[in-house]
Design a protein around this ligand. Structure first.
Ligand code: A2H
Length: 256
């Protein structure tokens, strides 16, 4: 946590089908999931790219909590994020986040989920080793068209699907053009990862550079090519898409 406040959009990614291991863990914790809306909360700085979500990442090494938000709604995130949310009018009681159960990121891998606005109707939870527990919610939604980290991760997962214990096709959904820019075309992250010859999600320094270039390029030069604001500058469309997601009940503002 730095000195500068960061405003994220918390995207609600609803779980449609649980992996067997997760069901066992929730059963042991006696959590009643019947008829409840249970969502992983992904923290993003790029709400305008949500049309291009191809999966959602968790860290296999992070423990997540299921937190009661209302009698019918449950959020999944780190305890650190839940605590922060409890001071932002996101939980029912100020300063309290009611933990229903804990679950390892590893047990969530393979869950079938619904990512709001994505052109893909159903996507999967996949592992990302570089997620920090100390930032955001510990959940990162994957937009390989516009995030170099996400693109490098899905390429790695598809290449070594057996090693990661996933189905190759879960990591092989095509990146979707969301934004076009004069410099990088309509798949910015793919172009920059190639240009910088990034080989793996572990190429930390190159990825930091790629992230910087991609962010500035989209924000200052980018135009939307999908969704409700086609033809509008990213700088303008960003807040419009965010506000639409919030109005639809699919997202909320989360600060830290
Ligand atoms: B962004 P900042 Cl399309 N660990 O969302 C690692 N990365 C995390 C994280 C964590 N705990 N929590 C959030 N993030 C990612 C979309 C996106 C993002 C695009 C392009 C760039 C981009 C789709 N993934 O981030 O350190 C999330 O990924 C690059 C700036 O707080 C979040 O936004 O500045 C961003 O990093 C937050 O990074």
């Amino acid at each position: 946590e730095g000195v500068n406040p960061q405003e994220y959009t918390g995207i609600k990614i609803q779980i449609l089908e649980w992996p067997v291991e997760a069901k066992v863990t929730l059963g042991k914790a006696a959590v009643d999931i019947e008829g409840k809306k249970i969502s992983m909360i992904a923290a993003t700085l790029r709400p305008e790219t949500m049309y291009g979500q191809t999966c959602c990442f968790v860290s296999p090494n992070i423990t997540y909590g299921l937190y009661e938000i209302s009698p019918t709604e449950i959020y999944i995130c780190t305890s650190r994020a839940a605590k922060n949310m409890s001071f932002q009018k996101i939980t029912p009681v100020r300063g309290e986040a009611k933990l229903l159960a804990e679950i390892s990121g590893r047990e969530l891998i393979g869950a079938k989920i619904h990512a709001p606005l994505s052109v893909y109707r159903e996507v999967r939870v996949l592992p990302m080793d570089t997620i920090l527990a100390s930032k955001g919610t510990g959940v990162v939604t994957s937009v390989p068209s516009d995030s170099p980290d996400d693109y490098a991760t899905v390429v790695e997962l598809a290449k070594k699907a057996d090693y990661y214990g996933i189905d190759k096709e879960w990591a092989s959904l095509e990146p979707i053009p969301i934004i076009t820019s004069p410099t990088y075309g309509d798949l910015t992250a793919v172009a920059i990862v190639k240009e910088l010859k990034i080989q793996s999600p572990k190429d930390k320094e190159l990825l930091a550079k790629a992230k910087e270039i991609a962010y500035k390029d989209a924000f200052y030069q980018g135009t939307m090519v999908i969704g409700a604001y086609i033809g509008e500058k990213v700088e303008i469309a960003k807040n419009k898409v965010k506000n639409d997601l919030i109005a639809a009940g699919d997202a909320f503002v989360y600060n830290e």
